[in-house]
Design a protein around this ligand. Structure first.
Ligand SMILES: Cc1cc2nc3c(=O)[nH]c(=O)nc-3n(C[C@H](O)[C@H](O)[C@H](O)COP(=O)(O)OP(=O)(O)OC[C@H]3O[C@@H](n4cnc5c(N)ncnc54)[C@H](O)[C@@H]3O)c2cc1C
Ligand code: HEM
Length: 407
């Protein structure tokens, strides 16, 4: 808990720090990467840095955490920190690294806010930083312990046993251990990190959700290649680095560096009715969940909604239908923006997904994954249909600035 003095100082300075937090985090990363170029090259996601997503996520998390010290809401604090701790664990972040972040973050605060940072102000924000850092360090230690690894020792080599095209742009990789022993089980919905060495010498890391059943002894990920595309301002965004590397270069028999699975979008341990809503490559955590439900002969009511550009771009299309068929009380609704020559039929529609026809039973838990605008639209519609906010769980395939956003 913050001291009473720090609380008052935070209350007085939060508006000014909040207004400058984006500048602070941008300068922080610039300073940290100048002093430690290896962090930008080999640990942080440089695509997120270029797009500004990570700066926004860090700014949002710090501002929200500080505000939550003044108006406590433990559920929100837990959501924000658990999201970060799982991401950190999947990157093998270690306690000593918090000193490095502290050093450059506070240099950036002083440089941006200037004389406003009196000794008292610096001490109060220092308390906020270490409260957040120590909570994260403890959560990360708990995650490492639960995974049976030493702090930060999350990396292992695996062999690609099988590579398969799952749609025009997506390939799956079935991963096995090098010595043939079964790979550890995971919770359905979790992800792992993959680290690859790129041509310019950088080692870049990305996360991929596990799209297979958790206790099969193998892990499967499905990677959609990100092509170059035009941005709203007319400039061209380059093709994704890691997804294209994996798509173009990794085949059966190759060895990959991956981490132990982590992630907090997991099926809760209850038998609430389920609504799984995905768009595009957001189908992957749902494939993990449905495989688990089918393997455990689950008998609850399950609705599966998937939206995609076209049947040809829908990764795991046939496998999804098979899984739904194996579940006695599951129904599937699909929307494709372009159905091609096919005619719409019951539960197969052309256009954007909507929840109009879907009946949602009381107490339903919803799992969402897809592009952020899709998830925001679905969340609105779910709240309108009376689904409780705490029953809507989601995964963002990038830095999550949603968790810390005001409700
Ligand atoms: C928890 C989690 C689970 C995930 N699960 C999956 C999954 O199951 N399957 C899957 O395919 N993906 C998944 N992802 C996404 C995945 O981690 C990668 O983000 C994705 O593969 C793109 O990585 P990349 O290296 O190819 O692209 P990057 O090189 O990181 O580029 C990302 C974006 O930034 C843009 N960009 C890069 N540089 C610039 C610039 N200078 N200016 C403007 N724009 C730029 C690129 O055009 C691209 O759109 C998941 C992400 C998370 C966080
Ligand atoms: C109190 C201190 C810290 C806070 C508040 C913080 C906050 C965050 C947040 C909000 C994210 C985005 C999570 C998401 O993807 O949803 C993140 C990711 C990340 N953090 Fe931290 N972090 C802290 C300390 C550290 C430290 C010490 C390191 C190690 C040097 C670190 C390395 C990373 C990396 C590599 C990512 C992923 C970046 C990316 O994928 O773009 N963080 N952190």
């Amino acid at each position: 808990m913050l001291s009473a003095t720090a609380k008052e100082t935070i209350r007085a300075t939060l508006p000014a720090v909040g207004a400058a937090i984006d500048d602070i985090t941008t300068l922080f990363y610039r300073k940290m990467f100048t002093a430690h170029p290896e962090l930008e090259r080999d640990l942080f996601n440089r695509g997120n840095q270029k797009q500004g997503g990570q700066q926004k996520a860090l700014a949002g998390a710090i501002a929200a955490f500080a505000a939550l010290q003044l108006e406590p809401d433990q559920a929100r604090v837990d959501l924000i920190l658990s999201r970060i701790a799982n991401k950190h664990a999947s990157l093998g972040i270690q306690p000593a690294q918090y000193q490095i972040v502290h050093k450059y973050l506070f240099q950036a605060i002083v440089e941006v806010l200037g004389d406003a940072v009196t000794a008292e102000v610096a001490a109060a924000w220092d308390e906020v930083y270490w409260l957040m850092a120590e909570t994260l360090i403890a959560m990360e230690a708990g995650l490492y312990r639960a995974a049976g690894v030493a702090d930060g020792e999350v990396w292992r080599q695996v062999r690609v046993r099988e590579r398969r095209h799952e749609s025009a742009d997506a390939v799956s990789f079935v991963l096995t251990s090098l010595d043939g022993a079964p790979l550890p089980s995971f919770s359905p919905g979790q992800y792992l990190s993959v680290g690859v060495h790129l041509e310019d010498g950088a080692r870049q890391i990305r996360q991929y959700s596990l799209s297979s059943a958790p206790s099969s002894g193998d892990w499967r990920i499905t990677v959609k290649r990100v092509g170059a595309h035009t941005l709203p301002d007319g400039s061209i965004a380059p093709a994704g680095e890691v997804s294209n590397f994996l798509y173009c270069n990794v085949f059966e028999g190759d060895v990959l560096d991956v981490t132990t699975p982590f992630g907090d979008l997991v099926l809760q341990d209850d038998d609430a009715p389920l609504l799984l809503v995905s768009a595009g490559i957001g189908c992957t955590p749902m494939m993990g969940m449905l495989s688990h439900l089918a393997d455990t002969a689950d008998r609850r009511a399950i609705s599966v909604i998937h939206a995609d550009r076209a049947p040809s771009s829908h990764a795991h299309r046939a496998e999804l239908a098979e899984l739904v068929d194996r579940l006695p009380f599951a129904v599937m609704h699909r929307w494709y923006e372009d159905l091609g020559a096919r005619s719409p039929e019951d539960r197969l529609r052309e256009g954007r997904a909507d929840l109009g026809e879907i009946t949602i039973a009381d107490g339903t838990r919803v799992y969402l994954c897809g592009p952020l605008p899709f998830m925001l639209g679905m969340r609105e519609a779910l709240l309108d249909k009376g689904v409780a906010a705490q029953n809507i769980h989601y995964e963002v395939f990038g830095p999550d600035s949603w968790a810390a956003a005001p409700a």
